[in-house]
Design a protein around this ligand. Structure first.
Ligand code: SIN
Ligand code: MN
Length: 266
Protein backbone atom coordinates (compact mmCIF):
# COMPACT_ATOMS: atom_id res chain seq x y z
CA UNK A 1 0.00 0.00 0.00
CA UNK A 2 1.55 3.28 -1.10
CA UNK A 3 0.73 6.76 0.21
CA UNK A 4 -0.85 9.12 -2.32
CA UNK A 5 0.87 12.42 -3.23
CA UNK A 6 -1.69 14.22 -1.00
CA UNK A 7 -0.89 11.92 1.95
CA UNK A 8 2.85 12.40 1.43
CA UNK A 9 2.34 16.18 1.38
CA UNK A 10 0.29 16.00 4.58
CA UNK A 11 2.95 13.92 6.32
CA UNK A 12 5.59 16.41 5.29
CA UNK A 13 3.53 19.40 6.42
CA UNK A 14 1.88 18.15 9.63
CA UNK A 15 4.19 15.27 10.61
CA UNK A 16 1.49 12.61 10.57
CA UNK A 17 -1.05 10.92 8.38
CA UNK A 18 -4.15 8.95 9.41
CA UNK A 19 -5.32 6.09 7.21
CA UNK A 20 -8.86 4.92 8.09
CA UNK A 21 -10.10 1.35 7.61
CA UNK A 22 -6.76 -0.30 6.79
CA UNK A 23 -7.71 -3.51 8.59
CA UNK A 24 -11.13 -5.15 8.25
CA UNK A 25 -13.42 -5.78 11.25
CA UNK A 26 -12.68 -9.52 10.89
CA UNK A 27 -8.92 -8.93 11.02
CA UNK A 28 -9.27 -6.56 13.96
CA UNK A 29 -11.39 -9.06 15.87
CA UNK A 30 -8.63 -11.66 15.44
CA UNK A 31 -5.88 -9.18 16.42
CA UNK A 32 -7.88 -8.20 19.50
CA UNK A 33 -8.14 -11.84 20.55
CA UNK A 34 -4.38 -12.13 20.10
CA UNK A 35 -3.76 -8.96 22.11
CA UNK A 36 -5.99 -10.24 24.91
CA UNK A 37 -3.82 -13.38 25.16
CA UNK A 38 -0.65 -11.34 25.06
CA UNK A 39 -1.69 -8.76 27.66
CA UNK A 40 -2.60 -11.51 30.15
CA UNK A 41 0.85 -13.13 30.00
CA UNK A 42 2.92 -12.99 33.20
CA UNK A 43 6.11 -12.09 31.33
CA UNK A 44 8.79 -9.48 31.99
CA UNK A 45 7.99 -8.01 28.56
CA UNK A 46 4.46 -7.11 29.75
CA UNK A 47 4.57 -3.91 31.83
CA UNK A 48 1.69 -3.08 34.16
CA UNK A 49 -0.08 -0.09 35.66
CA UNK A 50 0.08 0.37 39.43
CA UNK A 51 -3.12 -1.70 39.91
CA UNK A 52 -1.72 -4.59 37.86
CA UNK A 53 -3.72 -3.98 34.69
CA UNK A 54 -1.62 -4.31 31.52
CA UNK A 55 0.05 -1.22 30.09
CA UNK A 56 2.54 -2.29 27.40
CA UNK A 57 3.37 -5.70 25.94
CA UNK A 58 6.72 -5.59 24.13
CA UNK A 59 8.00 -7.95 21.44
CA UNK A 60 4.89 -10.15 21.36
CA UNK A 61 5.59 -10.82 17.67
CA UNK A 62 8.19 -13.27 19.00
CA UNK A 63 5.59 -15.60 20.52
CA UNK A 64 2.20 -14.68 19.04
CA UNK A 65 1.48 -15.69 15.43
CA UNK A 66 -1.00 -12.89 14.70
CA UNK A 67 1.46 -10.26 15.95
CA UNK A 68 4.22 -11.91 13.90
CA UNK A 69 2.05 -11.47 10.81
CA UNK A 70 1.38 -7.81 11.59
CA UNK A 71 5.07 -6.86 11.52
CA UNK A 72 5.50 -7.95 7.89
CA UNK A 73 2.14 -6.75 6.57
CA UNK A 74 2.59 -4.65 3.42
CA UNK A 75 -0.05 -2.17 4.59
CA UNK A 76 2.28 -1.12 7.42
CA UNK A 77 5.72 -1.72 5.93
CA UNK A 78 5.36 -0.25 2.44
CA UNK A 79 4.37 3.33 3.37
CA UNK A 80 7.41 3.56 5.67
CA UNK A 81 9.73 2.17 2.98
CA UNK A 82 8.23 4.73 0.63
CA UNK A 83 8.92 7.61 3.03
CA UNK A 84 12.52 6.57 3.70
CA UNK A 85 13.27 5.36 0.17
CA UNK A 86 14.87 2.14 1.44
CA UNK A 87 14.13 -1.11 3.28
CA UNK A 88 13.30 -1.03 6.99
CA UNK A 89 14.05 -3.20 10.03
CA UNK A 90 11.85 -3.64 13.10
CA UNK A 91 13.28 -1.65 16.00
CA UNK A 92 10.38 -2.32 18.37
CA UNK A 93 6.88 -3.82 18.48
CA UNK A 94 4.40 -3.32 21.29
CA UNK A 95 0.74 -3.24 22.24
CA UNK A 96 -0.27 -0.37 24.50
CA UNK A 97 -3.41 -1.31 26.39
CA UNK A 98 -4.63 2.02 27.83
CA UNK A 99 -7.04 -0.10 29.86
CA UNK A 100 -10.60 0.97 30.67
CA UNK A 101 -10.72 2.99 33.93
CA UNK A 102 -7.01 2.50 34.76
CA UNK A 103 -4.92 3.29 31.66
CA UNK A 104 -2.50 6.01 32.70
CA UNK A 105 -0.92 9.02 31.03
CA UNK A 106 1.93 9.04 28.50
CA UNK A 107 4.02 12.11 29.14
CA UNK A 108 4.67 14.61 26.36
CA UNK A 109 7.65 13.43 24.33
CA UNK A 110 9.21 12.90 20.94
CA UNK A 111 10.19 9.34 20.06
CA UNK A 112 13.57 9.97 18.46
CA UNK A 113 15.38 11.35 21.56
CA UNK A 114 14.70 8.06 23.43
CA UNK A 115 15.84 5.94 20.48
CA UNK A 116 18.93 8.15 20.10
CA UNK A 117 19.97 8.48 23.75
CA UNK A 118 19.03 5.00 24.97
CA UNK A 119 19.71 2.91 21.86
CA UNK A 120 22.24 4.92 19.85
CA UNK A 121 19.98 5.40 16.84
CA UNK A 122 21.87 7.78 14.52
CA UNK A 123 19.05 9.69 12.79
CA UNK A 124 15.31 10.33 12.88
CA UNK A 125 14.90 7.90 9.99
CA UNK A 126 12.51 5.67 11.96
CA UNK A 127 8.89 6.05 12.91
CA UNK A 128 5.98 4.63 14.79
CA UNK A 129 3.05 3.28 12.86
CA UNK A 130 0.02 2.74 15.09
CA UNK A 131 -2.81 0.27 14.44
CA UNK A 132 -6.01 1.09 16.32
CA UNK A 133 -7.33 -2.13 17.89
CA UNK A 134 -10.26 -0.37 19.58
CA UNK A 135 -12.26 2.65 18.48
CA UNK A 136 -10.12 5.63 19.45
CA UNK A 137 -12.37 8.42 20.72
CA UNK A 138 -11.84 11.88 22.18
CA UNK A 139 -12.72 10.40 25.60
CA UNK A 140 -10.60 7.24 25.96
CA UNK A 141 -7.07 8.62 25.94
CA UNK A 142 -6.35 9.23 22.24
CA UNK A 143 -2.89 10.22 21.12
CA UNK A 144 -2.51 14.00 21.24
CA UNK A 145 -0.21 15.31 18.52
CA UNK A 146 1.28 18.76 18.04
CA UNK A 147 1.10 19.27 14.27
CA UNK A 148 4.26 20.56 12.57
CA UNK A 149 6.34 20.09 15.75
CA UNK A 150 8.55 17.60 13.88
CA UNK A 151 10.09 20.59 12.13
CA UNK A 152 11.71 21.72 15.39
CA UNK A 153 14.04 18.70 15.37
CA UNK A 154 14.97 16.96 18.62
CA UNK A 155 14.04 19.24 21.55
CA UNK A 156 15.70 19.25 25.01
CA UNK A 157 14.35 16.40 27.12
CA UNK A 158 14.73 14.81 30.55
CA UNK A 159 14.62 11.18 31.62
CA UNK A 160 11.22 10.34 33.14
CA UNK A 161 11.11 7.37 35.46
CA UNK A 162 8.14 8.54 37.57
CA UNK A 163 5.09 7.42 35.58
CA UNK A 164 4.15 3.80 34.91
CA UNK A 165 5.65 4.18 31.46
CA UNK A 166 8.92 2.47 30.67
CA UNK A 167 11.54 5.24 30.98
CA UNK A 168 11.20 7.87 28.27
CA UNK A 169 12.93 11.17 27.50
CA UNK A 170 10.12 13.68 28.09
CA UNK A 171 9.56 17.38 27.37
CA UNK A 172 9.07 20.09 29.99
CA UNK A 173 5.97 22.30 30.28
CA UNK A 174 7.64 25.37 28.77
CA UNK A 175 8.71 23.51 25.63
CA UNK A 176 5.26 21.94 25.15
CA UNK A 177 3.54 25.28 25.78
CA UNK A 178 5.66 26.99 23.15
CA UNK A 179 5.06 24.27 20.58
CA UNK A 180 1.31 24.24 21.24
CA UNK A 181 1.04 28.04 21.11
CA UNK A 182 2.23 27.91 17.52
CA UNK A 183 0.57 24.73 16.32
CA UNK A 184 -2.29 23.64 18.61
CA UNK A 185 -3.08 20.01 19.44
CA UNK A 186 -4.77 17.43 17.22
CA UNK A 187 -6.27 14.10 18.34
CA UNK A 188 -6.70 11.77 15.37
CA UNK A 189 -9.62 9.53 16.30
CA UNK A 190 -11.32 6.76 14.37
CA UNK A 191 -12.64 3.25 14.23
CA UNK A 192 -10.61 0.17 15.10
CA UNK A 193 -8.66 -0.80 11.99
CA UNK A 194 -7.36 2.72 11.30
CA UNK A 195 -3.61 3.36 11.07
CA UNK A 196 -1.69 6.45 12.20
CA UNK A 197 1.87 7.13 11.05
CA UNK A 198 3.84 9.90 12.71
CA UNK A 199 7.29 11.44 12.42
CA UNK A 200 9.92 10.47 15.02
CA UNK A 201 10.23 14.11 16.13
CA UNK A 202 6.51 14.86 16.38
CA UNK A 203 5.59 16.01 19.92
CA UNK A 204 2.91 13.72 21.38
CA UNK A 205 1.44 12.25 24.54
CA UNK A 206 -1.88 10.93 25.84
CA UNK A 207 -4.05 11.43 28.91
CA UNK A 208 -5.37 8.75 31.26
CA UNK A 209 -8.42 6.69 30.39
CA UNK A 210 -11.17 6.80 33.03
CA UNK A 211 -13.87 5.56 30.64
CA UNK A 212 -15.21 1.98 30.42
CA UNK A 213 -13.77 1.81 26.86
CA UNK A 214 -10.28 0.36 26.45
CA UNK A 215 -7.98 1.95 23.88
CA UNK A 216 -5.60 -0.73 22.64
CA UNK A 217 -3.10 0.33 19.98
CA UNK A 218 -0.36 -1.83 18.43
CA UNK A 219 2.82 0.02 17.39
CA UNK A 220 5.48 -1.03 14.93
CA UNK A 221 8.64 1.04 15.13
CA UNK A 222 10.27 0.72 11.73
CA UNK A 223 13.70 2.15 11.00
CA UNK A 224 15.59 2.62 7.74
CA UNK A 225 18.17 -0.19 7.41
CA UNK A 226 20.91 2.43 7.03
CA UNK A 227 19.96 3.68 10.53
CA UNK A 228 20.85 0.67 12.72
CA UNK A 229 21.24 1.38 16.43
CA UNK A 230 24.81 1.49 17.68
CA UNK A 231 24.74 1.61 21.51
CA UNK A 232 21.72 -0.24 22.90
CA UNK A 233 21.29 0.07 26.66
CA UNK A 234 17.74 -1.31 26.85
CA UNK A 235 16.81 -5.01 26.77
CA UNK A 236 16.52 -6.68 23.40
CA UNK A 237 12.73 -6.92 23.80
CA UNK A 238 12.55 -3.08 23.84
CA UNK A 239 15.29 -2.29 21.29
CA UNK A 240 15.78 -5.18 18.88
CA UNK A 241 19.29 -6.05 17.65
CA UNK A 242 18.19 -7.70 14.41
CA UNK A 243 18.60 -5.26 11.51
CA UNK A 244 17.50 -7.67 8.78
CA UNK A 245 15.27 -5.85 6.27
CA UNK A 246 11.61 -6.71 6.81
CA UNK A 247 10.33 -8.85 3.93
CA UNK A 248 6.83 -7.51 3.45
CA UNK A 249 4.00 -9.92 2.72
CA UNK A 250 0.64 -9.39 1.01
CA UNK A 251 -2.28 -8.24 3.15
CA UNK A 252 -4.04 -11.47 2.20
CA UNK A 253 -1.67 -13.46 4.46
CA UNK A 254 -2.96 -11.81 7.62
CA UNK A 255 -6.56 -11.74 6.34
CA UNK A 256 -6.45 -15.50 5.62
CA UNK A 257 -4.95 -16.22 9.03
CA UNK A 258 -7.66 -14.12 10.68
CA UNK A 259 -10.28 -16.16 8.82
CA UNK A 260 -8.88 -19.71 8.95
CA UNK A 261 -5.48 -19.81 10.55
CA UNK A 262 -6.37 -19.42 14.18
CA UNK A 263 -8.55 -22.54 14.02
CA UNK A 264 -5.76 -24.45 12.26
CA UNK A 265 -3.08 -23.21 14.68
CA UNK A 266 -5.17 -23.96 17.81
C1 SIN B 1 3.87 6.35 22.88
O1 SIN B 1 3.94 7.50 22.56
O2 SIN B 1 4.88 5.63 22.81
C2 SIN B 1 2.56 5.73 23.33
C3 SIN B 1 1.48 6.67 23.59
C4 SIN B 1 0.14 6.03 23.69
O3 SIN B 1 -0.02 4.83 23.33
O4 SIN B 1 -0.80 6.70 24.11
MN1 MN C 1 5.89 7.91 21.60
Amino acid sequence: MKLSPAQLAQFDDLGYVYLPECFSPEEIAAIRRASQDVLEQPRPEVWREKDGSPRTAFACQKYNEMCRRMVTDERLVEPVEQLFGESVYLHQFKINAKAAFTGEVWQWHQDFPTWHKDDGMPDARAMNIAVFLDDVMPINGPLMLVPRSHRAGALPSAHDTVTTSYPLWTLDKETVTEMVEHNGIETPVGKAGGVLMFHANLVHGSAGNITPYSRRIAYLTLSAVSNAITKPTRPDFIAHRDFTPVKKVAAKELADFAKNGEAVAA
